[in-house]
Design a protein. Structure first.
Length: 448
């Protein structure tokens, strides 16, 4: 792309631009001027920036330009449906939760496996492709407007190449009885990419739960770029849980963009145990007083896996509360990164923000890099952050062994308890137990 060819220096960088040019007339909403304009502007941003690299401060631990040697083409046609038994196996206990389900296979909706019906009166649940083709009257002014993240190439690529996703709008005062489960399955037998884009809008006083699952039915290499925008109206509550367990042949890039109005509550959790490289970037903006954020997560990695969680919490108004707790378990030569920035704007008095990141290192070659940051421009606040890393406590291990528990079992119990402190933050028992089962499955694959 001539307008910024200087930024596209690598094969992968140019490859994404070439794939967009080849696929743009087949992407959803190609016939809608506003949608095609949105994609064109996104590609302009990407072409000007190129892939993120270590000289960009927030990407210093995850050099995407070096990691991606090539760009995989997006699938422009619908993929074959995933059999129900295979989907149940991939999702595990989370698949048994009664929910409205939208299944995306290689970036496209699998209608046979999805269930759009039965939502409460007044709610709208539709696919991204349908929303782009025939947008509701509120869609064009809302989509892509949650938070301005200037020059973010990963988000720009998502906007340019998005093929599928879920659009959920819950009107004022409505409580969804069932959760909405958005499932992405990497199933292609050939290397492929997928760009998933979701939009969640909770009206004033509404309450809902959104589950996101990313799983792999194929061992072929894959690249997933998923973004979810969340608007939480005044006094509304959104529970949001993500389970990321794609195969170790994939690269997973994720963006959450969240805006909270007055007295809103966002209760979110991320579990990550898949992909060769996973980068989760989370942007939260407090737009109304009295709002509350409870954002937690757990990541587990082995081999040469690389898992990066980077978040920015912007306290732009007074009297808001934020809490973040992330726990990581790292084995072999795996690498975990946590970068958390809390910003308190000049007029955001009475802010209460606390953040903690902890890692358990199961080998001497595992690595944990933590970069907590506080930028405080107000004087009447209570803010703090911390980070720790270490190995299994030998005294606790001895205590368990002295009571007849074999060493492998004792180690597994201590690791599960360490991760469990973060998992306990999940309010829904079925979801909590489902992710605990995923953590225990990860542990069962290790010789402790």
């Amino acid at each position: 792309m001539d307008m910024a060819a200087h930024a596209l220096n690598t094969k992968a960088e140019q490859g994404f631009a070439d794939h967009y040019e080849a696929a743009k007339t087949a992407l959803p909403g190609a016939d809608a001027p506003w949608a095609s304009g949105l994609r064109t502007e996104a590609m302009r941003v990407y072409a000007a920036a190129g892939l993120p690299h270590r000289r960009i401060e927030e990407w210093k631990y995850t050099d995407l330009r070096s990691h991606l040697s090539e760009a995989f083409a997006p699938r422009t046609d619908a993929a074959p449906s995933v059999p129900g038994d295979d989907l149940a196996r991939l999702l595990g206990p989370l698949g048994a939760i009664d929910s409205h389900r939208i299944v995306l296979v290689d970036g496209h909706v699998d209608m046979a496996a999805s269930d759009f019906g039965g939502v409460e009166e007044g709610c709208e649940l539709l696919s991204l492709a349908d929303a782009l083709a025939a947008p509701p009257d509120w869609f064009e002014t809302t989509f892509g407007s949650s938070i301005a993240v200037d020059g973010n190439a990963v988000l720009a690529l998502n906007t340019a190449l998005m093929t599928g996703g879920a659009i959920l709008r819950v009107p004022d005062g409505t409580v969804l009885a069932k959760s909405v489960h958005i499932v992405h399955v990497h199933a292609s037998s050939e290397p492929a990419s997928a760009a998933i884009r979701n939009l969640v809008i909770a009206g004033q006083g509404a309450s809902l739960t959104v589950l996101e699952s990313h799983v792999g039915a194929s061992e072929a290499a894959g690249q997933c770029n998923a973004a979810t925008e969340v608007f939480i109206g005044e006094g509304a509550t959104v529970h949001h849980v993500k389970d990321q367990r794609e195969s170790v042949e994939t690269t997973h890039l994720s963006s959450w963009l969240v805006r909270l109005e007055a007295d809103a509550t966002y209760d979110a959790f991320q579990f990550s145990a898949g992909s060769a490289l996973a980068r989760h970037q989370i942007f939260v903006e407090f737009a109304g007083e009295g709002a509350s954020l409870n954002l937690n997560g757990a990541f587990m990695a082995r081999g040469k896996q690389h898992i990066d969680t980077t978040l920015v919490v912007d306290h732009a108004v007074p009297h808001c509360t934020s809490r973040e707790l992330f726990k990581g378990v790292l084995d072999d030569t795996a690498k975990g990164i946590f970068q958390g920035k809390i910003i308190v704007q000049p007029h955001a008095q009475k802010t209460d923000g606390k953040q903690m990141a902890q890692a358990l290192l199961l080998s001497e070659t595992a690595e944990f890099d933590s970069k907590p940051e506080l930028e405080i421009f107000a004087d009447d606040v209570v803010c703090g952050h911390g980070a720790t890393s270490g190995q299994i406590d030998e005294e606790l291990l001895f205590y368990l062994r002295a009571r007849g528990i074999p060493e492998p079992k004792a180690r597994a119990l201590l690791i599960a308890a360490f991760v469990g402190e973060a998992l306990d933050q999940i309010e829904d028992e079925a979801v909590r137990e489902g992710l605990l089962a995923a953590a225990e499955d990860w542990l069962s694959q290790k010789d402790l």
